[in-house]
Design a protein around this ligand. Structure first.
Ligand code: URA
Length: 216
Protein backbone atom coordinates (compact mmCIF):
# COMPACT_ATOMS: atom_id res chain seq x y z
CA UNK A 1 0.00 0.00 0.00
CA UNK A 2 2.67 2.54 1.08
CA UNK A 3 4.84 1.48 -1.86
CA UNK A 4 1.98 1.99 -4.31
CA UNK A 5 1.33 5.46 -2.94
CA UNK A 6 5.02 6.34 -3.36
CA UNK A 7 5.04 4.99 -6.94
CA UNK A 8 1.99 7.12 -7.64
CA UNK A 9 3.85 10.24 -6.58
CA UNK A 10 1.71 10.89 -3.52
CA UNK A 11 4.68 11.28 -1.17
CA UNK A 12 6.97 14.28 -0.96
CA UNK A 13 10.10 14.81 1.06
CA UNK A 14 10.33 18.55 1.50
CA UNK A 15 9.33 19.92 -1.93
CA UNK A 16 10.41 16.87 -3.87
CA UNK A 17 8.10 14.10 -5.02
CA UNK A 18 9.78 10.73 -4.52
CA UNK A 19 8.84 7.62 -6.47
CA UNK A 20 11.39 5.19 -5.12
CA UNK A 21 10.15 3.32 -2.01
CA UNK A 22 13.75 2.55 -1.02
CA UNK A 23 14.61 6.27 -0.90
CA UNK A 24 16.50 7.01 2.31
CA UNK A 25 15.78 10.21 4.19
CA UNK A 26 16.50 11.78 7.55
CA UNK A 27 13.28 11.57 9.61
CA UNK A 28 14.59 14.14 12.11
CA UNK A 29 15.75 16.76 9.65
CA UNK A 30 13.32 16.38 6.74
CA UNK A 31 9.56 16.80 6.48
CA UNK A 32 7.48 14.16 4.74
CA UNK A 33 4.10 14.87 3.15
CA UNK A 34 1.44 12.39 2.06
CA UNK A 35 -1.14 13.87 -0.32
CA UNK A 36 -0.07 17.31 0.92
CA UNK A 37 -0.50 16.51 4.64
CA UNK A 38 2.53 16.47 6.90
CA UNK A 39 3.30 12.97 8.19
CA UNK A 40 4.02 12.83 11.93
CA UNK A 41 6.25 9.91 12.84
CA UNK A 42 5.28 8.37 16.11
CA UNK A 43 6.65 5.44 18.00
CA UNK A 44 3.10 4.29 18.66
CA UNK A 45 -0.14 4.23 16.74
CA UNK A 46 -3.51 5.60 17.92
CA UNK A 47 -6.67 4.78 16.02
CA UNK A 48 -10.36 5.50 16.48
CA UNK A 49 -12.80 2.92 15.15
CA UNK A 50 -16.56 3.09 14.86
CA UNK A 51 -17.12 -0.52 15.88
CA UNK A 52 -19.88 -2.38 14.10
CA UNK A 53 -21.87 -5.21 15.69
CA UNK A 54 -20.63 -8.77 15.47
CA UNK A 55 -16.94 -8.31 16.25
CA UNK A 56 -15.10 -9.25 19.43
CA UNK A 57 -13.02 -6.58 21.17
CA UNK A 58 -9.98 -8.84 21.23
CA UNK A 59 -6.76 -9.25 19.28
CA UNK A 60 -7.52 -12.77 18.10
CA UNK A 61 -10.05 -15.53 18.40
CA UNK A 62 -10.06 -19.03 16.98
CA UNK A 63 -13.66 -18.90 15.78
CA UNK A 64 -14.91 -15.34 15.62
CA UNK A 65 -13.87 -12.16 13.87
CA UNK A 66 -12.25 -9.50 16.00
CA UNK A 67 -12.01 -5.73 15.63
CA UNK A 68 -8.45 -6.15 14.34
CA UNK A 69 -9.85 -7.95 11.29
CA UNK A 70 -11.31 -4.70 10.00
CA UNK A 71 -8.30 -2.45 10.65
CA UNK A 72 -6.93 -1.51 7.19
CA UNK A 73 -3.65 -3.23 6.38
CA UNK A 74 -1.60 -0.02 6.30
CA UNK A 75 -2.78 0.93 9.81
CA UNK A 76 -1.96 -2.41 11.40
CA UNK A 77 0.85 -2.78 13.92
CA UNK A 78 2.18 -5.95 15.45
CA UNK A 79 1.22 -5.26 19.05
CA UNK A 80 -1.99 -3.36 18.45
CA UNK A 81 -4.98 -4.00 20.72
CA UNK A 82 -8.36 -2.47 21.55
CA UNK A 83 -8.39 -0.25 24.66
CA UNK A 84 -11.04 -1.68 26.96
CA UNK A 85 -13.84 -3.87 25.74
CA UNK A 86 -17.11 -3.33 23.99
CA UNK A 87 -19.44 -6.32 23.85
CA UNK A 88 -19.85 -8.12 20.55
CA UNK A 89 -23.24 -6.47 19.98
CA UNK A 90 -22.12 -2.99 21.13
CA UNK A 91 -21.23 -0.39 18.50
CA UNK A 92 -19.39 2.90 18.50
CA UNK A 93 -16.22 4.48 19.78
CA UNK A 94 -13.29 2.14 20.21
CA UNK A 95 -9.65 3.16 20.52
CA UNK A 96 -6.88 0.89 19.26
CA UNK A 97 -3.21 1.38 20.04
CA UNK A 98 0.08 -0.39 20.64
CA UNK A 99 0.93 2.00 23.49
CA UNK A 100 0.35 0.15 26.77
CA UNK A 101 0.91 3.19 28.99
CA UNK A 102 -1.68 5.20 27.07
CA UNK A 103 -4.19 2.34 27.32
CA UNK A 104 -3.57 2.01 31.04
CA UNK A 105 -4.14 5.74 31.56
CA UNK A 106 -7.55 5.38 29.90
CA UNK A 107 -8.74 2.23 31.62
CA UNK A 108 -7.14 2.05 35.10
CA UNK A 109 -9.88 1.88 37.77
CA UNK A 110 -8.24 4.78 39.62
CA UNK A 111 -8.84 7.04 36.59
CA UNK A 112 -12.15 8.78 36.21
CA UNK A 113 -12.49 9.36 32.49
CA UNK A 114 -16.22 9.41 31.65
CA UNK A 115 -17.46 7.08 28.93
CA UNK A 116 -20.86 7.89 27.46
CA UNK A 117 -23.22 5.40 25.81
CA UNK A 118 -26.51 5.82 23.97
CA UNK A 119 -28.84 3.08 25.22
CA UNK A 120 -32.11 1.85 23.72
CA UNK A 121 -34.13 -0.16 26.24
CA UNK A 122 -36.93 -2.68 25.94
CA UNK A 123 -39.15 -0.70 28.32
CA UNK A 124 -39.83 2.76 29.66
CA UNK A 125 -37.22 4.48 31.78
CA UNK A 126 -38.44 5.56 35.17
CA UNK A 127 -37.20 9.02 36.31
CA UNK A 128 -36.23 7.48 39.65
CA UNK A 129 -33.40 5.67 37.87
CA UNK A 130 -31.57 8.98 37.42
CA UNK A 131 -31.16 9.37 41.19
CA UNK A 132 -30.56 5.68 41.73
CA UNK A 133 -27.66 5.64 39.24
CA UNK A 134 -26.35 8.95 40.60
CA UNK A 135 -25.99 7.40 44.04
CA UNK A 136 -24.06 4.37 42.75
CA UNK A 137 -26.04 1.16 42.50
CA UNK A 138 -25.30 -2.36 43.62
CA UNK A 139 -25.65 -5.04 40.94
CA UNK A 140 -27.48 -8.32 41.51
CA UNK A 141 -24.23 -10.11 42.43
CA UNK A 142 -23.30 -7.45 45.03
CA UNK A 143 -20.88 -5.50 42.79
CA UNK A 144 -20.90 -1.82 43.67
CA UNK A 145 -20.95 0.65 40.76
CA UNK A 146 -19.58 4.16 40.99
CA UNK A 147 -22.08 7.02 40.52
CA UNK A 148 -23.29 7.27 36.91
CA UNK A 149 -24.97 10.12 35.08
CA UNK A 150 -28.23 9.19 33.31
CA UNK A 151 -29.95 11.58 30.89
CA UNK A 152 -33.31 10.50 29.57
CA UNK A 153 -33.70 11.27 25.86
CA UNK A 154 -37.00 9.54 25.17
CA UNK A 155 -39.21 7.05 27.01
CA UNK A 156 -36.91 4.13 26.15
CA UNK A 157 -33.70 5.97 25.10
CA UNK A 158 -31.04 7.42 27.39
CA UNK A 159 -27.45 8.57 27.52
CA UNK A 160 -25.44 7.17 30.38
CA UNK A 161 -21.95 8.18 31.49
CA UNK A 162 -19.89 5.80 33.60
CA UNK A 163 -16.31 6.15 34.81
CA UNK A 164 -15.44 2.47 34.99
CA UNK A 165 -15.76 -0.57 32.78
CA UNK A 166 -17.01 -3.61 34.64
CA UNK A 167 -18.08 -6.66 32.67
CA UNK A 168 -21.40 -5.95 30.87
CA UNK A 169 -21.74 -3.02 33.25
CA UNK A 170 -24.44 -1.02 31.50
CA UNK A 171 -26.55 -4.05 30.67
CA UNK A 172 -26.32 -5.19 34.27
CA UNK A 173 -27.08 -1.72 35.64
CA UNK A 174 -30.32 -1.47 33.67
CA UNK A 175 -30.99 -5.12 34.49
CA UNK A 176 -31.30 -4.19 38.17
CA UNK A 177 -34.28 -2.04 37.13
CA UNK A 178 -35.78 -4.86 35.08
CA UNK A 179 -34.85 -3.25 31.76
CA UNK A 180 -33.15 -5.02 28.88
CA UNK A 181 -30.65 -3.22 26.62
CA UNK A 182 -31.71 -3.50 22.99
CA UNK A 183 -29.03 -1.24 21.45
CA UNK A 184 -25.81 0.04 22.97
CA UNK A 185 -23.43 2.48 21.34
CA UNK A 186 -20.45 4.24 22.90
CA UNK A 187 -20.54 7.86 21.79
CA UNK A 188 -17.71 9.52 23.72
CA UNK A 189 -14.72 9.05 25.99
CA UNK A 190 -13.76 12.10 28.04
CA UNK A 191 -14.35 15.08 25.75
CA UNK A 192 -13.69 13.09 22.61
CA UNK A 193 -16.92 12.46 20.71
CA UNK A 194 -17.17 9.73 18.08
CA UNK A 195 -16.70 11.67 14.82
CA UNK A 196 -20.03 11.67 12.97
CA UNK A 197 -18.31 11.30 9.60
CA UNK A 198 -16.75 8.00 10.68
CA UNK A 199 -19.11 5.30 9.40
CA UNK A 200 -19.57 2.00 11.20
CA UNK A 201 -16.62 -0.25 10.38
CA UNK A 202 -14.29 2.66 9.58
CA UNK A 203 -11.05 3.64 11.32
CA UNK A 204 -8.80 6.66 11.23
CA UNK A 205 -5.78 8.02 13.07
CA UNK A 206 -6.43 10.19 16.11
CA UNK A 207 -5.06 13.73 16.04
CA UNK A 208 -2.96 15.00 18.95
CA UNK A 209 -5.87 17.18 20.11
CA UNK A 210 -8.26 14.22 20.04
CA UNK A 211 -5.80 12.16 22.08
CA UNK A 212 -5.72 14.90 24.73
CA UNK A 213 -9.53 15.16 24.73
CA UNK A 214 -9.85 11.50 25.66
CA UNK A 215 -8.45 12.34 29.09
CA UNK A 216 -10.42 15.53 29.77
N1 URA B 1 -21.47 -2.00 29.19
C1 URA B 1 -22.00 -3.08 28.60
O1 URA B 1 -22.90 -3.71 29.14
N2 URA B 1 -21.53 -3.46 27.40
C2 URA B 1 -20.56 -2.78 26.73
O2 URA B 1 -20.19 -3.16 25.62
C3 URA B 1 -20.03 -1.64 27.35
C4 URA B 1 -20.50 -1.26 28.59
Amino acid sequence: MAKTQIHRGKVKIGDTVIRDPSHIFDAEAQEVFYKGEKVVFSEYIYIVMNKPKGLLSATEDKKQKTVLDIVPYEMKRKNMFPVGRLDKDTTGLLILTDDGTFAHRLTAPSKTVGKTYRVVLDGEIDETLVDLFKGGITLADGTLCKPANLRIIDKNIADITITEGKYHQIKRMFGTAGLGVVELKRTSIGRFILPNNLAEGECRYLTEKEKENLFR
